[in-house]
Design a protein around this ligand. Structure first.
Ligand SMILES: Cc1cc2nc3c(=O)[nH]c(=O)nc-3n(C[C@H](O)[C@H](O)[C@H](O)COP(=O)(O)OP(=O)(O)OC[C@H]3O[C@@H](n4cnc5c(N)ncnc54)[C@H](O)[C@@H]3O)c2cc1C
Ligand code: SF4
Length: 502
């Protein structure tokens, strides 16, 4: 029996909270608010643009311990922290930051991991500027927000990689083992989060992944210069250490059906199959050699290590003039990849203006620093090829912004007679993707939405079929890592309730 078991129910938590209050009060006394507010936001050290465009190493180099502690001092430990309300998984942000200020890094990581199983990833790829940092109370005081994402990344990296403490920090919760087996389909952030939470609740969880490596988009979509694979691996190791089994090269719906898995004893399912089906523009010339979906292009480079061809088997097109169509994170990743693969000119063609670009602000800034050309309010109307079927150019049309459409953003309206031609030998189409249909189309009675997305109860992530839950991009279309994780978390809670009811 552990020491906490001998205390009255809730007593341990109360004692810990009291102790927490004391050291936090001491920190406040040590450095008053005015002094905290006078500290400037600490910039993230980066590789120089001229150097990084010639390699695939991570652009951001991460805070040092000194930088992190200075940045942590900027946090006011607010009574009503806007940051927490802005975080889709409600991380206790002030507490983890104050732990960094106090030099208690393990406690900081434990605090984050209470609600977020992938901190090194979220610290790198979450759009903090429209979430926690947007709602940081410092913004209302006219200051730059606390660099919450940089701090989250720092603490995860520092402990998992640099100190070599491995991934297992809080991986051995004393839980009552439960006999039920649960199948998670897809190993993206949604599936991994559902799996981790269910394992923590004591269930026997298996993740089935179609590809040869786990991680979903984190493995095949987001390039190494934003998310090094050792970081992804370290986070996945943490989830495995919780007891989750991951079976790769296993396509549910081909290798085995959901019904086969049910026969095999799986009692509940989470579908985290993502949105890997690329959208095309359906314009003439789209099947010329040299026109790729972003999905294929990035998969060749990231998952198949095409950038290290011929050391690895998969060739990847190396263009002189690369065009990427789209304005989201996927487009930014594709265009910066083309540049690193040697393009003399790499250009974004986006049909709205800069203000409407959905990409993370940091990615756009980095792309600009690297020399990416942005061509706003333009859309290709046809691709041009030579007699060998190879892409040679594109005809584009100029657009103007009109009335808002259903997304609330101004609708791009073609300007008659504004067509113009550009020379390109690679075009990557990054205009969106829809849910992977393979499995979800096989399930009779599974209610799908207009875009082929799985329909769910937004509180429980329950689908129309009993015992089957879904989340992430399979439900939302192309969304974000943290939203997929939030879905996985809600589904895990609901699956637990479902199995207990049964
Ligand atoms: C290039 C790119 C860059 C992005 N950048 C960002 C970013 O900076 N920040 C951000 O927040 N979001 C970003 N996103 C979006 C984010 O990655 C996704 O919203 C998120 O990964 C969705 O997670 P998921 O778990 O729903 O599915 P996914 O990550 O798509 O994973 C689904 C997994 O399911 C597997 N699968 C599918 N069907 C089956 C089956 N039948 N059997 C077994 N396995 C199956 C797939 O192989 C895949 O591995 C980006 C997306 C892309 C493509
Ligand atoms: S709102 Fe900003 S200053 Fe306040 S606790 Fe959150 S991060 Fe710290």
């Amino acid at each position: 029996m552990s020491r906490t078991d001998r205390l009255e129910p809730g007593q341990a938590e109360r004692l810990l909270r009291e102790r927490e209050k004391d050291w936090r009060k001491a920190l406040r006394r040590e450095l008053p608010i005015q002094k905290r507010m006078a500290i400037e936001r600490q910039p993230m050290p980066e590789q120089e643009p001229g150097v990084r465009v010639r390699n695939f190493k991570e652009v951001n180099l991460g805070y040092t311990l000194e930088l992190a502690r200075v940045e942590a001092r900027r946090c006011l430990d607010c009574g009503q922290p806007g940051c927490v309300a802005g975080c889709p998984v409600a991380i206790d942000i002030p507490t983890f930051i104050k732990y960094i200020e106090a030099g208690e890094l393990e406690k900081a990581l434990e605090k984050i991991r209470e609600t977020n199983g992938l901190p090194a990833i979220c610290g790198r790829v979450c759009p903090q500027e429209v979430q926690c940092e947007k709602d940081c109370n410092l913004v209302r005081a006219g200051k730059a927000p606390v660099a919450i994402g940089h701090l989250e990344r720092f603490v995860a990296d520092y402990l998992c990689l640099r100190e070599g403490t491995g991934a297992g920090i809080s991986a051995s919760p004393e839980v009552t083992r439960r006999p039920e087996k649960i199948a998670v389909v897809g190993s993206g952030p949604g599936g991994l989060t559902a799996a981790a939470d269910l394992a923590r609740l004591g269930y026997r969880v298996t993740v089935f992944e179609a590809l040869h490596l786990p991680g979903g988009v984190l493995a095949y979509g987001i390039p190494e210069f934003r998310l090094p694979r050792e970081i992804l691996q370290s986070e996945i190791n943490f989830i495995k250490a919780l007891g989750v089994e991951i079976k790769t090269n296993f396509i549910v719906g081909r290798t085995a059906s959901l019904e086969d898995l049910r026969q095999d004893g799986y009692r509940a399912f989470f579908l985290g199959t993502g949105a890997g089906l690329p959208s095309f523009m359906n314009i003439p010339g789209e099947n010329l050699l040299g026109v790729y979906s972003a999905n294929e292009y990035l998969t060749r480079v990231n998952l198949m290590k095409g950038f290290r061809f011929p050391e690895f088997d998969t060739p990847v097109p190396r263009a002189r003039r690369a065009a990427v169509i789209g304005g989201g994170n996927v487009a930014m990743d594709a265009v910066r990849t083309a540049l690193r693969l040697g393009a003399e000119q790499a250009t974004i063609f986006y049909r709205r203006s800069r203000a409407e670009m959905p990409a993370r602000v940091e990615e756009v800034k980095h792309a600009e620093e690297e020399g990416i050309v942005f061509n706003f309010l333009t859309v290709p109307v046809r691709f041009l090829g030579n007699d060998r079927g190879q892409l040679q150019g594109m005809v584009l049309q100029r657009l103007a912004l009109g009335e808002p459409d259903s997304s609330g953003r101004p609708r791009p309206v073609p300007i008659p007679g504004s067509e113009f031609e550009v020379e390109v030998d690679l075009a990557v189409v990054a205009i969106g993707q829809s849910p992977n249909p393979l499995l979800i189309k096989q399930l009779p009675g599974l209610k799908l939405g207009r875009w082929g997305n799985v329909e769910v109860d937004s509180q429980t992530m329950a689908t129309s079929l009993p015992g089957i839950y879904a989340g992430g991009d399979a439900v939302r279309g192309g969304a974000t890592v943290i939203l997929a994780m939030g879905d996985g978390r809600r589904a895990a809670r609901a699956i637990d309730e479902f199995l207990r009811r049964e």
